[in-house]
Design a protein around this ligand. Sequence first.
Ligand code: UDP
Length: 492
Amino acid sequence: MAATETEKPIIRTSAPPPPHFVLVPLFGQGHTIPMGDLACLLAERGVRVSVVTTPVNAARLQGVADRARRAMLPLEIVELPFPPADDGLPPGSASGDNVIRLFLALYRLAGPLEAYLRALPWRPSCIISDSCNPWTAGVARSVGVPRLFFNGPSCFYSLCRHNVATHGLLHDGGDTAYVVPGMPLRVEMTKETWSAAFLNCMPKWEAFLEDVREGMRTADGAVVNTFLGLEEQFVACYEAGLGKPVWALGPFFLNNRDEQALATRVDKDKPSAVDQSAVTAWLDTMEQSAVIYVCFGSLPRMLLPKQLYEVGHGLVGSGKPFLWVVKESETASPEAQEWLQAFEARTAGKGLVMRGWVSQLAILSHRAIGGFVTHCGWNSLLESVALGVPVVTWPHFGDQFLNELLAVEVLGVGVPVRDAAVTVAPVLRGHIARAVSELMGGGTVAQERRRKCKEYGERAHRAIAKGGSSHQNLTQLLQSFMPSGSKEFLDT
Ligand code: UDP
């Protein structure tokens, strides 16, 4: 059959084509940041990398593009045409309705992605797309390119979700026990956390989530941002469950930590980016490991003024110096703004409140940070553990509940803010004060927690160094998808 204008045939020559990986991230910092780091990781091994995304998301990758230019990495950011009205979440809201609308709008990128791939002089070696971009499955099949999915959460969560889905329990968790089946250890949840973790409380998502599962079933393997020294048994079980390779290549960010790269985590185009040097200057005045850092990730949330007050009072109640990052959406009301100003005046010298976007990696890397109150987004948790900083866990939704369980009960590096892990009870000032004091305290349990976290941090650094498990896994992944004749690039 003759190819049409849009179905340009892919040219094949006798010489091996240059290795080329095409990455398709999802919008949003929590998905785009690790994909940008993965792109650098691949390009540093000498393979050509194209990160293909919408114009708004491409702007978020400017720091990655700058880094690639400085280091002369073979990495480009490719913008696909996408209607500006649909490109990104409405400011100030990451509600489920807005998120699913955007996920579905992204299906319109399938045509432009296919046109881009067909216009390349060679067939790319592999596509790595976020698992929440299931529409890439049809494109990869049509163009004849292998496809891996990138799973953003912990492997522990991915395995729980996989087991729950394959046992048909996404909706009701079985009789009354709410125990995740097929796990190497007992994972017990409540009805509420089951529903929040597996998103079965959002009926509008059902068809989309089925498409995501289908995209995983038809992929050639998975890439995960973790390392064997942290999640080996879950990586092995997930691989067995999926019946295809799972490449643990993380922590991706550890490879991307020169000073300028850290600064690029500050979204310079955001009006909300804070003056990072003021943060560092304040931390420099603090004792080693004395400060508790508080930040709830990248998504705009409507934290009720009441919760804001509980956090503030809880931090003061702990008696520890604090660095608290507050997002614009959390202080949207005049009442909250007024309260926060008075709070800052009252606590000057004991704590620092920053409004907006900070470089979290720079903060977690500072010697003055001794603990982190986190919502347990996987990037935040992984960053903290890999930098040896133990956590107070305060999950809000989705995978965060199981990440909490991993941190508290499996790895032993966290204190749950509520009285127990994996519950949805309201968080009050007393909970925060108790959990922070427990985390930062001097008893043997706290010391043991810090020791374990430090050890995971050392393992993380070993994993990405030459000869480490993540480094070797990347070599194997590249060898699996590279054309023959180009293997000398791989083991640098
Ligand atoms: N982050 C940051 N500055 C901020 C808030 C977040 O650099 O002010 C980064 C953080 O280091 C992490 C990512 O944004 O890499 C957030 O991802 P995570 O998975 O923790 O949470 P999400 O935002 O997806 O809920």
